[in-house]
Design a protein around this ligand. Structure first.
Ligand SMILES: *[C@@H]1O[C@H](CO)[C@@H](O)[C@H](O)[C@H]1NC(C)=O
Length: 289
């Protein structure tokens, strides 16, 4: 009796596991959804291809991109940034339409720092060709000590940037107020690691210390869920895609509290309040979340 119950339970767990694997769509390996776009020799696959190591040295940085483009959805990955003296390095995770003139782009950029000084996370949004929407935050943990999840959620209602389960940026669809919102072009998923010591750390004052090279960043748990383009043409407008569901159309009350906490305690720059750059406050800043 006891053992048959146990068998039944084991059987059910197996069923649940198989079911979960077939619906989440999380790829087993990096190469299933991505390809290396810059410097093969500087991206190493580890853990049987389920994780990667990015390398930056004097010779090169590196980059990778999704094989396909997507129109709406959610993209996330776990990243462990360069530890110690990472000043002058930039690690980026972004989506981009790859169209020069009417570019849509969602950026996470991690700006390295001297040992013991906090990384800065810069976010930016291009909608229908217009960018210049930088915001910067400091993180409430050391992003080089462990893996953390960085997520871009993009649906018809808004775009949300998450660090773990904390929304750090929300860009609402305010098209009704004449504010552009990315929705016509699919975007690819990209990541790069490179040196930008002409601007990255304290505006270019802190240079890369090459005696500390090579620098390593690690990525794992790649997850893209969205409408691939080319793909079924009615996918992107299908309201039953889970990322369009009611739970994803607005921040939950808990998320809204976390978002407010980030803005009050961790935001160090907001283009919305930069009067020297924008004497007239940009419309999306006053249109509300
Ligand atoms: C680096 O640390 C300094 C000093 O704490 C801080 O002002 C700066 O915002 C940090 N980030 C970058 C990218 O310079």
């Amino acid at each position: 009796m006891y053992s048959s119950l146990r068998n039944a339970f084991a059987c059910l767990s197996l069923f649940v596991l198989v079911f979960a694997l077939s619906v989440t769509g999380r790829p087993a390996t990096f190469l299933e959804d991505f390809k290396i776009t810059w410097s093969d020799s500087h991206i190493k696959q580890i853990d049987r291809g389920r994780a990667i190591q990015l390398i930056l040295d004097r010779n090169s940085g590196c980059g990778f991109a999704s094989k396909r483009q997507y129109l709406f959805g959610r993209v996330s990955m776990k990243i462990k940034l360069i530890p110690g003296d990472s000043a002058g390095t930039v690690t980026a995770f972004y989506m981009n339409s790859n169209t020069d003139t009417i570019r849509d782009e969602l950026d996470f950029e991690f700006l390295g720092n001297r040992t013991g000084q906090p990384y800065t996370v810069q976010t930016n949004i291009y909608a229908r060709g217009k960018g210049n929407r930088e915001q910067r935050i400091n993180l409430w943990f050391d992003p080089a000590a462990d893996f953390h999840t960085y997520t871009l959620l993009w649906n018809h209602r808004h775009i949300v940037f998450y660090v773990d389960d904390v929304p750090v940026r929300v860009y609402k669809n305010n098209e009704a107020k004449g504010i552009p919102f990315p929705k016509l072009q699919p975007m690819g998923v990209y990541s790069t690691l490179w040196e930008a010591d002409n601007w990255a750390t304290r505006g270019g004052l802190e240079k890369i210390d090459w005696s500390k090279a090579p620098f390593y960043a690690y990525y794992k748990d790649f997850d893209i869920e969205g409408c691939p383009v080319p793909g079924p043409s009615n996918c992107a407008s299908n309201p039953s895609n889970w990322w369009e569901g009611t739970a994803y159309q607005l921040l939950s009350p808990l998320e809204a509290r976390k978002y407010k906490w980030v803005r009050m305690n961790h935001m160090i720059y907001d283009y919305c309040t930069d009067k020297s750059r924008f004497p007239v406050t940009p419309p999306e800043c006053v249109a509300g979340y």
